[in-house]
Design a protein. Structure first.
Length: 193
């Protein structure tokens, strides 16, 4: 293992802008930049050693996202708007990049994707009384991931968009129980307001 330390000279305006982009405080910024630097150095090492040499820019960006997921996001699939903030891409381009890495690097990301789906469901699924569960999902990655699990059994219905909101989906009680079982989490009822 090689220990590397370096100093990055940023103006206060640059620190503020980076904190805004990375959605962190200026105090958290050095740790966040360190994790991003780790991802970048890993990418360079793989290029120098010939392990990862890309001829297309798209492939390089996808590999860069993989490195960021492993280092900066600490094994969490980022939301599309987070990817857009880092890569300066549109939501559609970020969605396309997520779909591409989910397919191209599916075996590398298998545990990361499952853990991200598990954490989102465990933390964000809400219900009141006997009603169905509701979950806030920005973008299509998580929705598609849950629907892929539900599609394993033909009798399960997919998540349905709640037409009264912009990003809330309805999960029927039986489908919620199945998702919890498949993701290895205990069914919990968190009330929503």
């Amino acid at each position: 293992m090689v220990q590397i330390n370096f100093q990055l000279n940023l103006s206060n305006d640059e620190e503020l802008l980076l904190s805004k982009i990375l959605k962190c405080t200026q105090i958290q910024l050095p740790d966040n930049l360190s994790r991003i630097g780790n991802a970048a150095l890993n990418e360079y090492v793989k290029m120098f050693t010939g392990d990862k040499v890309f001829t297309r820019g798209k492939d390089m960006l996808e590999y860069r996202l993989i490195n960021l997921i492993q280092s900066y996001y600490q094994g969490r699939i980022p939301a599309e708007d987070e990817i857009s903030g880092i890569f300066q891409t549109s939501q559609v381009e970020s969605r396309t990049m997520l779909k591409a890495i989910s397919s191209k690097y599916q075996y590398i990301l298998e545990a990361v994707i499952k853990e991200s789906l598990k954490n989102k469901l465990d933390i964000d699924a809400r219900k009141n009384g006997n009603s169905d569960f509701r979950i806030s999902i920005d973008g299509s990655f998580f929705r598609d991931g849950y629907n892929k699990i539900l599609a394993r059994v033909a009798t399960h219905a997919p998540l349905v968009k709640d037409n009264t909101t912009t990003s809330v989906y309805i999960i029927k009680n039986g489908e919620y129980a199945y998702l919890c079982n498949q993701l290895g989490i205990q069914e919990t009822v968190n009330a929503y307001v």
